[in-house]
Design a protein around this ligand. Structure first.
Ligand SMILES: [Ca+2]
Ligand SMILES: [Ca+2]
Length: 272
């Protein structure tokens, strides 16, 4: 059976929502359920995020977990290579990808494990929850990004926090013995990737319950910090058009799920 394209599936669920969810506006008595949403209403709110409407705190986290864990396509680790060549394609050069920490453009086909190549950076390190690269957290495109091989190694499995000395291979990034500070342009992106992972992975499907905490030096526990710093970075660097486009690409072309904190930055403060 051919899979239903995401756009069509969304339209169908939007119609179902329009027929079953009570209308909330004051003019609902006269509203036509088939009418287009009012200007300014986010495309996904009436359908994709319907179950999260009006919730805060743990109930919001629980609802979002259900939403972003439903009808998900899970990639293999080898499929991640080709996916990243699409989701992280350089808008100025379709044959290249943009590297996460340096912002440099590199040939898409220069993927591999050698010096000068790019590889698959796990923003949530594999060791923080020991999830490896079997289909699951280790192949979840929402936190996987192309990175220069050596820079990826420099970051290692460090938690995120401000401070340290500037990375010679990735100017604008700073590091000390137990933390990594990414360049300003991606600070919020990094935070939202961590928040997504904490909600997506709640101990099911045979993997650890990943959570953000306020520590550095987490090592092999299933936590990633430092929460207070990530919250600051989320405020400093709100979602850009590029980050939103990437969220769309992961949703439409590969996994069928979204990062709620790119769509609704205000939900971060409702949960943390
Ligand atoms: Ca950004
Ligand atoms: Ca979790």
């Amino acid at each position: 059976m051919r899979p239903i394209p995401a756009r069509r599936a969304l339209a169908a669920s939007a119609l179902a929502a329009a027929l079953t969810v009570p209308l909330l506006s004051a003019s609902s008595a006269t509203a036509d359920p088939a009418a287009s949403p009012a200007p300014g209403v986010a495309d996904f709110d009436d359908a994709y995020y319907a179950d999260a409407e009006g919730l805060t705190g743990q109930p919001l986290k629980d609802a979002l977990h259900g939403i972003i864990s439903s009808d998900v396509t899970t990639l293999t680790y080898s499929e991640v290579w080709d996916a990243l060549k699409v989701t992280d394609r350089d808008p100025a050069d379709p044959d290249s990808v943009v590297l996460l920490y340096t912002g440099d453009s590199r040939a898409a086909d220069a993927n591999g494990g050698n010096v000068g190549q790019w590889n698959r950076e796990h923003v949530w390190p594999q060791s923080h929850g020991d999830f490896g690269t079997s289909p699951g957290p280790g192949t979840d495109l929402h936190h996987l990004r192309p990175s220069d091989v050596q820079v990826n190694s420099d970051r290692g499995n460090k938690d995120f926090d401000a401070g340290g000395t500037e990375s010679p291979r990735a100017p604008g990034n700073y590091t000390d013995e137990d933390s990594w500070e990414p360049r300003d342009e991606i600070k919020g992106d990094i935070a939202r990737m961590a928040f997504y992972m904490a909600v997506r992975w709640e101990g099911g499907e045979g993997f650890a319950d990943l959570e953000v905490n306020d520590s550095t030096g987490n090592g092999s526990v299933p936590y990633l910090g430092k929460l207070s710093t990530l919250l600051e970075w989320h405020e400093q660097d709100p979602p850009s058009a590029e980050e939103q486009a990437r969220n769309d690409a992961v949703y439409e072309d590969f996994q069928g799920n979204r990062n709620p904190f790119v769509d609704h930055p205000e939900w971060v403060a409702e949960i943390w």
